[in-house]
Design a protein around this ligand. Structure first.
Ligand code: UD1
Ligand code: CA
Length: 451
């Protein structure tokens, strides 16, 4: 295989999205559309990956910085041909082949690209274009072939005659071309067309006239080469990716009760015999161990969960770490930097933030634990609250092993409760409590007889 550089076109605004955000940053299962073609470019071992950006260029650079990509700016969006021409200086010494991908064609697969490269390099063509057949080719450039079946040119829908519009084979916007020939041909492309743009597609007709072979390679699966131009197409692509992820997980032994209503992002890892109930979202770099149960309506983001964990219905868990055999919910909220050790039990309407809860401890009802460190086997009574914020700063509450906290207790942080201490119900604890002692701070009950 000759050396390959991939150029990904991503300078357009994506007007049809009707959005303030550039099209290629719109997410598909949580990841910007553009990361999909970038991944394919990596898989085929591109020597370099060049992103042509224009509209919201800064935003795109920011999102993909540090990933070893080369950025080329197309200041004015004068068409796909012009966009590729913008990489000419960057590639002036490059003698291999250029693979052109579109930032808005995210479902493209590695195998299809390898086959296109094979057709191009094996057939010694100047340029090879990936095409597909669509029952409804609306919006796409049509592939016009000669009597011998060889590709002659591509005509954009806006410039096509009625007869040409009937052609079902379309241009996917993906090409592989000899670098030297591509830049030579692009210089001859004009903008005499309905959109007054420099069309990359014109290179095909130029190649045919030049006796440089132009090859077409037909992609069997039209979904794979679907271009995303509006939000309806975005939703369709999202659906393809979503189902694909779920299928792979199910094949690995993960139980998905209702694949129609389960949303698991691509980088999530889940162990065998874990069962995910409907309406759950598992996002980012989350990992869930084996034999867990995730009940309906839970949302788990960037969290690590051990084995045999039960997450009951409607829990929200973000940036947290949960060990093994933990039970959470229903209706619990674990905010960032929560760490639960083995066999912790967190019940309904409990919120935890930036806290570590030791093995076997329980907070079963209606509590807020923020900036707290709890030891092992602590019992947190219903309605316990850490008062961690004084209006300016956050303060820590430390509760050692085997502490028993009666219901409706407030800890005014910073405060420390020693091992085995006992806090009477209804207390407001403002001072440290030594190990083994009983603290209570409620007013004595007064009961007056009725006269
Ligand atoms: C293009 C093709 C069409 C093909 C379709 C497949 C041309 C002229 N037409 O049409 O034959 O069927 O893709 O999806 O090539 N871009 C730039 N700079 C520009 C213009 C576009 O970087 O000046 C980028 C866009 O951001 C996008 C890609 O090129 O990622 C395609 O542009 P778009 O305007 O969507 O082209 P289509 O009209 O879809
Ligand atoms: Ca497009």
């Amino acid at each position: 295989m000759r050396e390959i550089v991939t150029v990904i076109l991503a300078a357009g605004k994506g007007t049809r999205m009707k959005s303030n955000l550039v099209k290629v940053l719109h997410p598909l299962m949580g990841e910007p559309m553009l990361s999909f073609p970038i991944e394919v470019a990596r898989k085929i071992n591109s020597q370099d990956i060049i992103l042509v950006t224009g509209y919201q260029s800064e935003l795109i650079r920011e999102r993909f910085k540090g990933e070893g990509l080369t950025f080329v700016e197309q200041k004015e969006q004068l068409g796909t041909g012009h966009a590729v021409l913008c990489t000419k200086d960057t590639l002036k010494d490059f003698k291999g082949d250029i693979l052109i991908l579109c930032g808005d064609v995210p479902l493209i697969k590695e195998d299809t690209i390898r086959a296109l490269i094979e057709v191009h390099q094996g057939g010694k063509s100047g340029i090879a274009v990936l095409t597909t057949k669509l029952p409804n080719p609306e919006g796409y450039g049509r592939t016009i072939r000669g009597d011998d079946g060889e590709i002659l040119r591509i005509v954009e829908e806006k410039d096509a005659t009625d007869l040409e519009r009937k052609v079902k084979e379309v241009n996917t916007g993906i090409y592989c071309a000899k670098a030297s020939y591509l830049f030579h041909a692009l210089q001859m492309v004009g903008r005499e067309n309905k959109q007054s743009e420099y069309y990359l597609t014109d290179v095909i007709a130029i190649a045919t006239e030049d006796d440089e072979k132009a090859k077409g390679f037909l992609a069997e699966d039209p979904f794979e080469v679907m271009g995303i131009n509006n939000r309806a197409e975005l939703a369709k692509a999202n659906e393809v990716i979503r189902k694909d992820i779920l299928y792979k997980l199910m094949m690995e032994g993960v139980g998905i009760i209702d694949p129609r209503t389960t949303f698991i992002e691509r980088h999530v890892r889940i162990g065998r015999d874990t069962v995910i109930y409907p309406n759950c979202y598992v996002q980012g770099n989350s990992q869930i161990g084996k034999e867990c149960i995730i009940e309906p309506g839970s949302m788990i983001t960037n969290s690590i969960i051990g084995d045999c964990v039960i997450i009951k219905t409607c829990c929200v868990i973000s940036d947290s770490k949960i060990a093994n055999r933990v039970v959470i919910g229903p209706f619990a909220h674990l905010r960032p930097d929560t760490e639960l050790e083995d066999e912790v039990k967190i019940g309904n309407f409990v919120e935890i933030k930036k806290s570590k809860i030791g093995e076997g401890s329980k907070a079963s009802h209606l509590s807020y634990l923020g900036d707290a460190i709890l030891g092992k086997r602590v019992n947190v009574g219903a309605g316990t609250i850490t008062c961690n914020y004084d209006g300016l700063k956050k303060h820590q509450t430390i509760i050692e092993d085997n502490v028993f906290i009666g219901s409706d207790t407030q800890f005014v942080a910073p405060v420390k409760i020693g091992e085995g201490a006992y806090i009477g119900a209804g207390s407001t604890i403002t001072e440290d409590v030594p190990s083994g002692s009983l603290a209570l701070s409620r007013a004595k009950q007064v009961t007056k007889k009725r006269k």
